[in-house]
Structure formats: structure tokens, C-alpha cells
Design a binder for this molecule. Sequence first.
Ligand SMILES: [Zn+2]
Ligand SMILES: [Zn+2]
Length: 220
Amino acid sequence: MALVPDVIQRASSGRAKCRGCSQPIAKGELRFGESLSNAYAEGEALYWFHLYCASAMRSEKFLPALEQSSESIGERDELRKTAELGVLHPRLQRLLKAERAPSGRAHCRCCRELIEKGEWRLSLQLFEETRFSPIGSIHLGCSEAYFGTAQILERIQRLTTGLGDDDVQSLVQGLLVQRPAPPEADEASDAPGSEGDAPGLAKTRGEEADPGARAGGKSG
Ligand SMILES: [Zn+2]
Ligand SMILES: [Zn+2]
């Protein structure tokens, strides 16, 4: 059976969307095609990525294709550096973008604490077989703990569309303050439904359910 190799080539149309960021890939733009088993038929199919998205999100597969490509790639060094960092810190390949938390109800995947409404969070996704699935988000300040590095400003800027100068400044500040290991909860919350204490939990120890306790059986 013929194996389709990974490839870097120009987009022949503007119809394909990037597997990484879900945005269209412009006609004529260089793109990365990852060869994966076809979800709909036998054999392999190529799944397309923007070059930068591929370097950031599919680093191990992208690096050899980049080295083998004879295309004139403007930011070849930048792409190589991005991919090498992804190989070094594999969880970085899960980073989709930065965004302001739309609610205060989601927990950080790293420290498990709530991410406040309006606070920056880093959205994560996981590549399985042929596609990415969302797996939650982390505090900006949990980057070091989760990824193994907080030197990710450039990556965030490249992957997140629509960031203004103010956003970048606040991202810079946020990345400077890395969170320590999760502290003990020391503040009482008045949120309804919080279940803190469960006194007297150990009182039924040692008792076993009697399998013959059902009524109705008469022995003669
Ligand atoms: Zn993309
Ligand atoms: Zn966190």
C-alpha cells in the first residue's frame, strides 16, 4: 500500500481549513499536509495546517517536513524554533489561544482552582487521531507549572487573533506572575451548596449488607 508522505505545498484553493485553528488557508499560501489514516475511507489522507499552526501544534511531524522541504519559506528559522520548543515541552502543542474567561465557572486544568470571569485563560485542545478536541483551559499564571515554560508570549500572539496593544501588555504582566503550587483553601466561601465538612462519616465502618435480608423467602 502506498503511503502518502507529509508535505509542505501551496494551497491550490482557498477552501481548506486549518486543522489547528479552524481558520481558512488562503489560496497560494504554503501549508503543511499531515498524512493520517483516512477517517472516511481506506488509506491515508492529508490534513492541512497553516505552517505556523503546524509548527506549534504538530511539532514532531512538522519538523522533518520542514527540513525536507525545498520551498522558499520566509520564516523557516522561526518555524523551526517554534516546533523545537513544542518537542521540548509537548504540552505546548495543546495551546490553542488566549482568551478572557467568559464566566467564572470553569476550573483551571492545572491547579483546579476557578478562573475568574474576565481573567485571561489559555484554551487547550488535544489531538486525537485526526482532529483536535477541546480539553479546557488554564490560568495564564499556570503556564510554567503546566507547560514547563512561561516563555510563550510570541506563541500566544501568533495563535490568538484580534489582540490589541493593551491585551498584549496585560498578557505580559500576567505571564510574569506565575502561580505557586495550589495552596490550601484558607478562605471560607459563602457560596450556597458548598460542601466543606462532613462530620461523623466513619460511623458505619465494619458493617456488611446481609445478602439474605430480603423478605418473603420461607424455608420449610
Ligand atoms: Zn491555523
Ligand atoms: Zn491554574
